[in-house]
Ligand binder design. Structure first.
Ligand SMILES: CC(C)(COP(=O)(O)OP(=O)(O)OC[C@H]1O[C@@H](n2cnc3c(N)ncnc32)[C@H](O)[C@@H]1OP(=O)(O)O)[C@@H](O)C(=O)NCCC(=O)NCCS
Length: 168
């Protein structure tokens, strides 16, 4: 479906951090049970969306944190970064109420435009091999699977992912 919603994309700022952290938890709880364990969900939320971690990300010149609003309501976010010399879409999360309405596509386009402007030939991302909905969405927006990886993230947890890339 094309975007018939009134979507506005804005950079995340320090006062937004608590709301982004809460939104992440809400979306992760709607997404990952059945894909990873609750322990791993809690561990990864703390590791990636703890307030201090988000404040640090905002200070990092190689990271961009974007959030999407629909009619003034915060409905999703996309974080991108330079990772090992490549441009990576590191996080893309849309509230379940507004999934499949084009918000993810708008954020992907926003991030891809940034990568292109900075001269990168492609955007990469990592997605859990069992997250079929997200993989379907990424394919729709021009990503293809580049490789399969298993990344040790500590405390006995791994990320069992596909790396996908979209040429610009
Ligand atoms: C994956 C995600 C970011 C896509 O954003 P979105 O705004 O829903 O996506 P869009 O509306 O732009 O694109 C829709 C496409 O995504 C896929 N998709 C999204 N939700 C889906 C669902 N519930 N069931 C099946 N396919 C789905 C489909 O390919 C769909 O295309 P279609 O409607 O033409 O069939 C979003 O659904 C989301 O946040 N999901 C939960 C969190 C997540 O898995 N994030 C990615 C982590 S790597």
């Amino acid at each position: 479906m094309s975007c018939s919603l009134n979507i506005e994309i804005r950079p995340v700022t320090p006062p937004d951090v608590p709301a982004i952290s809460l939104l992440a938890r809400e979306i992760w709880q709607a997404t990952y049970p059945g894909i990873i364990t609750q322990d791993q969900i809690d561990f990864m939320l703390e590791q990636r969306y703890g307030h201090e971690r988000l404040y640090d990300d905002l200070e990092d010149a190689d990271k961009w944190l974007d959030q999407a609003f629909q009619d003034g309501r915060r409905v999703g976010f996309a974080f991108s970064e330079i990772y090992k010399g490549e441009f990576k879409l590191d996080k893309l999360y849309i509230h379940p109420d507004v999934q499949r309405k084009g918000v993810g596509g708008e954020l992907i386009a926003h991030v891809a435009a940034r990568a292109k402007k900075l001269g990168y030939p492609c955007v990469i991302l990592a997605v859990n091999k069992r997250n079929e909905k997200a993989i379907g969405s990424y394919k729709k927006y021009g990503f293809v699977v580049r490789e399969a990886i298993v990344d040790d993230i500590g405390r006995g947890f791994v990320m069992d992912d596909y790396v996908m890339e979209k040429k610009l």
